[in-house]
Design a protein. Structure first.
Length: 284
């Protein structure tokens, strides 16, 4: 049976939904950044044809317009994966357990957590055990810890070797890191980034696809997040990892135009707490 897997647009979503695609024979993953992901999955198929060509369609519901359009026009071929309850759920759809991570939920859905990632055999896992890869950006600025906090954390990592990674076009905005004596490394593609992370000791970053990539290549991760509820489910969890987040949820008054949590959560996750959480991860 020809199967299409329809994925949300994030790189992390692509890595996660590759779990489903990898464990269904000849499944094709539809992802807007399939060309970026393809070097990590040389045997995988991305974005072939249209959904009309497929007998089974598995759709990640991310509450996007695209997902809702498919829901409104759904037919018997379609099965939806719901991270939380939805009025549009039908028999045969799969509802995540909120107490489990996305990796764990997808493993429960498909029976395996392997997504088929391949980064080469000429590597030595954690060959640089004191190197801490720090990724200070993400696809959503609201999820990002402040630059001064990342700099303060890096200065506090005594006994470790912090290295910052980011996309080449982001580097000019982070000159303060190099001015403080820290190395910024960029890579031409996700494969080279994954290989570098795989030979490092640890990873620290915002809630982003690169954190999932680090976990996917079996590197312990620390994720900095302003949303404890979301972080519990969506944290990287192919490998050992933890989350630095708020001690209690902050209100987010979007309905009255005052998204307090989105704008101010960073203040409530200080560098001292993230350092403490990292030490627990490193020595635990």
């Amino acid at each position: 049976m020809k199967t299409a897997i329809v994925c949300a647009k994030g790189i992390g979503d692509g890595l996660l939904m590759r779990i489903v695609a990898h464990n269904i024979p000849d499944a094709v993953l539809f992802h807007p950044h399939g060309k970026l992901l393809s070097p990590l999955f040389p045997e995988a198929k991305f974005n072939e044809g249209t959904l009309d060509d497929y007998e089974r369609i598995i759709i990640q519901n991310d509450n996007s317009k695209e997902a809702w359009d498919l829901m409104r026009g759904r037919d018997a071929r379609m099965q939806f994966l719901f991270p939380k309850p939805c009025s549009q759920m039908r028999e045969g759809d799969f509802l995540f357990d909120p107490k489990s991570t996305v990796v764990e939920n997808l493993e429960r859905f498909i029976g395996n957590r392997d997504n088929g990632i391949e980064i080469g055999r000429d590597l030595s896992h954690r060959a640089n055990p004191r190197r801490v890869v720090i990724h200070p950006t993400s696809g959503d600025a609201r999820k990002n810890w402040r630059p001064d906090q990342f700099l303060r954390l890096a200065k506090s990592l005594t006994g470790f070797e912090p290295v910052f990674v980011m996309a080449p076009e982001e580097k000019p905005q982070w000159a303060q890191l190099e001015n403080a004596g820290f190395e910024i490394v960029t890579f031409p593609n996700l494969l080279e980034l994954a290989r570098f992370i795989h030979e490092s000791g640890f990873f620290i970053g915002n809630d982003s696809g690169v954190g999932h990539l680090a976990s996917n290549v079996q590197i312990p991760t620390l994720t900095i997040s302003g949303n404890p509820k979301v972080a519990r489910m969506w944290r990287p969890s192919w490998c050992r990892g933890s989350v630095s987040t708020l001690k209690w949820p902050l209100p987010n008054f979007k309905g009255i135009g005052w998204p307090f949590r989105d704008r101010h959560w960073q203040t409530f996750v200080p560098a001292s707490r993230v350092l403490k959480d990292f030490k627990r991860l490193a020595h635990g």
